[in-house]
Design a protein around this ligand. Structure first.
Ligand SMILES: *Cc1c(COP(=O)(O)O)cnc(C)c1O
Length: 463
């Protein structure tokens, strides 16, 4: 399988180059040259466990670039860190199904992709005898999942900036209690935006970037999408086995469009998914698009589901590429227009839905709290606030003829304050979070200044 850019400006490259490139060098996003049709394999795949299924799905996108036995080892290692051996267990709940994607080391769905990406980087770097320094800024969740994916790996260091005292105490400890030699936590005396600006300036310093071999683990890396495709098949198969139905609707709490885009590809490949239900919080740029065809920037609001507090969805360009008929030129001019004006409009035709595969809705802060409470009252199950947004939207707009599977993207113990506010009860605790309190921490506090961060990285790498 070869890879290309949505904007058409790179020569076809193999899988491992696509992983190392991250963002395409022409400013576009990387996609496979074709989406394999796996319809004829569905029957054989239905009863597979998670690692077997991951191997089948992923090997179709990797080809000969990584040997079968090496891919198998990477997958096994990546999912051996999960506390539930099913990896993504599916449970029935009050008329719908829930797929728990939070059994990885940091209790959020991002572990599914980042555990895989960490092992994949280590494998590729080992083959090439190269080193990599990952650099990123986080407002909370992505940082800890990235650190958990990279810690202890050879030939790779990770530097993560977070805004000092502006991430939750749990999020901070999930990062700073990791003491591996290759992990560097930097608390910036400033905001998340300061952190992002510093990272951007360091990546734009071409001399620094190449000398120190800087790389990213953000949600635009193709390997993250690839790892996420797997659980759409896995979840759909579990629900079909439990209900005897032929197809399922899947509801996805969304922010950067990375998670649901993997579902969109799974459906294109032939997964038995009827409709994807996109759920946003009050930051609703994505749900407005699927309701009206207008993709327009707004200001970011703080909500109870902070990992979905985004306005520009970094993976949306991948979706638009298919929406515009795989026309790189049209995609490129559309993105340039968006960068200039902050709004683009797609007209599917009179009264036609924007996309027959995706319906969308949003849930307010009040709805988030109500949903956590009513689910707890009815079934004794505690939803985290991100999952609650999805459940609320699925209940409001999901078709009833087919079963609905809601993706549970975080463990409720990570958002204990919101859960308590909603239900009046303490969130169920998790040993991983309870244990954090007593662990030693390591973190360097720096001013929100690019030169200071640059010299810190230099001094730590000793070159
Ligand atoms: C990142 C995240 C999301 C949003 O996923 P996207 O891929 O950005 O759409 C939802 N819930 C949780 C808990 C997350 O960490």
């Amino acid at each position: 399988m070869k890879y290309m850019s949505t904007r058409g400006g790179i020569e076809p490259i193999p899988f491992s180059d696509a992983v190392m490139m991250g963002l395409a060098t022409d400013g576009g996003l990387i996609l496979p040259a074709e989406i394999p049709d796996v319809t004829r394999h569905i029957d054989a795949w239905k009863r597979m466990d998670y690692p077997d299924l991951a191997f089948e799905v992923m090997s179709r996108y990797i080809g000969n670039d990584i040997s079968k036995s090496e891919l198998r080892a990477i997958i096994d290692e990546s999912y051996s860190t999960f506390s539930d051996k099913r990896v993504a267990p599916v449970i029935p709940l009050d008329g719908y199904y829930l797929m728990e994607l939070f059994h990885g080391p940091t209790l959020a769905f991002k572990d599914i992709a980042l555990q895989f990406l960490g092992n994949l980087f280590a494998h590729i770097l080992d083959h090439r005898q190269e080193n990599l320094n990952i650099l990123g800024a986080t407002s909370g969740d992505t940082g800890s999942a990235a650190i958990a994916g990279i810690r202890g790996k050879k030939r790779i260091n990770i530097f993560i900036l977070h805004p000092h005292r502006r991430v939750s105490p749990i999020q901070e400890r999930q990062m700073t209690t990791v003491l591996d030699d290759n992990v560097f936590n930097i608390a910036i005396d400033g905001s998340f935006d300061d952190g992002q600006r510093i990272i951007k300036e360091l990546f734009n310093d071409i001399g620094f970037k190449s000398k120190y071999r800087l790389g990213a683990v953000n949600s635009v890396n193709w390997a993250r999408i690839l790892a996420q495709i797997v659980y759409y098949f896995y979840g759909a198969f579990r629900v079909l086995a439990k209900t005897g139905k032929k197809r399922v609707n899947i509801c996805v709490p969304s922010g950067n469009f990375g998670n649901i885009f993997a579902g969109y590809l799974a459906r294109k490949m032939g997964a038995p998914i009827e409709t994807l239900i996109l759920a946003t919080n009050e930051n609703d740029i994505l749900s407005r698009f699927f309701q009206t065809g207008v993709y327009g920037k707004d200001t970011v609001r703080e909500t109870y589901s902070p990992s979905m507090d985004i306005q520009i969805a970094s993976n949306f360009e991948r979706y638009l590429f298919y929406y515009l008929g795989e026309d790189c030129e049209r995609l490129r001019s559309t993105m340039i227009e968006f960068e200039k004006t902050g709004v683009i409009t797609m007209k599917p035709g009179e009264s036609a839905p924007v996309d027959t595969a995706i319906v969308a809705g949003s849930g307010s802060n009040a709805v988030t709290l109500e949903t956590i409470k009513s689910c707890y009252d009815k079934s004794g199950y505690t939803l985290d606030p991100h999952t609650a947004v999805g459940v609320a939207v699925a209940k409001k707009i999901g078709a009833k003829e087919l079963p609905t599977l809601c993706l549970a993207t975080a463990h409720p113990a990570k958002f204990a304050d919101t859960v308590k506010l909603a239900s009046g009860f303490e969130a169920p605790s998790h040993e991983m979070i309870a244990g954090l309190e007593h662990l030693p921490t390591r973190c360097t506090l720096l001013p929100a200044n690019t030169a200071e961060v640059r010299s810190f990285i230099r001094s730590q790498l000793g070159i």
